[in-house]
Design a protein around this ligand. Structure first.
Ligand code: UD1
Length: 378
């Protein structure tokens, strides 16, 4: 029966699904926590959604993760192709080697695909970072979140607003568990290495003397006019403070396609870089005066580091980051003015919401153990 200890090994076999860059810092603390437990055997499954060395391998290396036990090698494609590709490959893997639990994280296409494939085979699914909602269904991630949470047996949430969202959607209380934010476990785990790598110095930057930019959301980068307006806004911010911009492959491709690459890179105070590994990126972020982003995770990391964050989006699924004023939603036309205000304001303190304490992985491990021992589907 699902949830019973595996007969062959005497251990609960847990598939940990890693797919795209923002998954790796969530899977790593959990992998290390489960690896140390005698009752369970974590198995790393990489779907291959992100495959470039600096989008994937660099993170496995930084976090001391072994090579994945299974690499599904799916790669890029339309949403249908990518989701379907992961479903077919993951179903095949589960049929050949059935886990007792499948653990998915975040909100990428592979999160949804593995949930669907596992549930249809009767394998219980746990979702880490459940319950976040932007209430904007034009975002592919929002669709992935809603469907994954409707199907998962165990929903581990990072903040009380997420519990509230799930209750409102009629998810039974017994499935919901508030465990905190596992990304902060990753940050704590890597703190010394982040302090030691000194990327800003290596780039000739002074602490609090530059801003960091990241962009990849389809709403910002897939249409020429929207991306052009952001490029102009960044040029204008660069008149106030130098900017460092590690460019996501999707964004790099769109900048080229819309003929905007030279316009961005020709500003003397904008430094365009390749995507960075976790330790280097966090070292850059930690000492920044300002972050400009459309990422979900960076909104959370900046409030914990005390770095003012301007989020180029209309909505956020992480409203807890807005509460203390550390993160603000901005439109590109307002960006220069908002940057000026953020730079002029006294630097805010570090804000760590409840249970963002670096101990989320151990709470998740205990929760999974209870569920596995109970051997019941919630
Ligand atoms: C995906 C996630 C998004 C997450 C983001 C983090 C979905 C729907 N989106 O978006 O939630 O915030 O990852 O990066 O799952 N590419 C490469 N090399 C890679 C990966 C991508 O060149 O290793 C290029 C390809 O041209 C690809 C494009 O980037 O078509 C977009 O990649 P994709 O995985 O489809 O979506 P992301 O924009 O990365």
């Amino acid at each position: 029966m699902a949830g019973n200890l595996s007969i062959a090994t005497g251990m609960t076999i847990v598939h940990l699904i890693a797919a795209a860059r923002p998954n790796f810092m969530k899977v790593a603390p959990l992998y290390h926590a489960l690896k140390g437990e005698s009752w369970c055997a974590p198995v790393l499954v990489h779907t291959g959604q992100h495959y470039d060395a600096n989008m994937s391998e660099a993170f496995f290396r930084d976090f001391g993760l072994p090579d994945p036990d299974h690499d599904l090698g799916i790669g890029s494609g339309t949403h249908g192709e990518q989701t379907a590709g992961v479903m077919v490959a993951y179903e095949r893997l589960c049929l050949a080697s059935r886990p007792d639990w499948t653990v998915v994280v975040g909100d990428v296409n592979s999160t949804l695909a593995c949930t669907l494939a596992a549930k249809k085979l009767g394998i219980p699914v746990a979702h880490l970072e459940a319950g976040l909602r932007s209430f904007d269904r034009s975002m592919p991630e929002e669709i992935n979140r809603v469907v994954t949470d409707a199907l998962a047996d165990l929903l581990w949430t990072p903040s009380p607003d997420a519990d509230e969202n799930l209750r409102r959607e009629g998810i039974p209380e017994v499935r919901i568990e508030f465990v905190g934010n596992i990304m902060i476990d990753a940050l704590d785990m890597m703190r010394d290495r982040i302090a030691g790598t000194k990327l800003p110095q290596r780039l000739g930057l002074t602490a609090h003397g530059y801003g960091v930019v990241t962009l990849h959301r389809p709403a910002n980068v897939d249409e020429g006019p929207a991306l052009a307006s952001i490029v102009e806004a960044l040029r204008s911010v660069a008149e106030q403070i130098p900017l460092v911009f590690p460019v996501h492959p999707r964004t790099r491709e769109r900048l080229r396609r819309f003929g905007l690459e030279a316009r961005l890179a020709s500003h003397p105070e904008i430094r365009v870089l390749e995507p960075l590994g976790y330790v280097d990126f966090m070292s850059l972020l930690r000492d920044a005066a300002l972050a400009i982003t459309d990422s979900g995770g960076i909104q959370e990391e900046t409030i914990c580091l005390g770095v003012p964050c301007l989020t180029l989006r209309d909505t956020t699924e992480r409203p807890i980051t807005l509460a203390g004023g550390g993160n603000r939603l901005v439109r590109s036309e307002d960006l220069p003015e908002m940057a000026q205000a953020a730079l002029a304001a006294p630097r805010g303190g570090v804000n760590r919401p409840e249970l963002w304490d670096g101990r989320t992985a151990s709470r998740v491990a205990s929760s999974l153990r209870r569920a596995a021992e109970a051997g019941e589907r919630r």
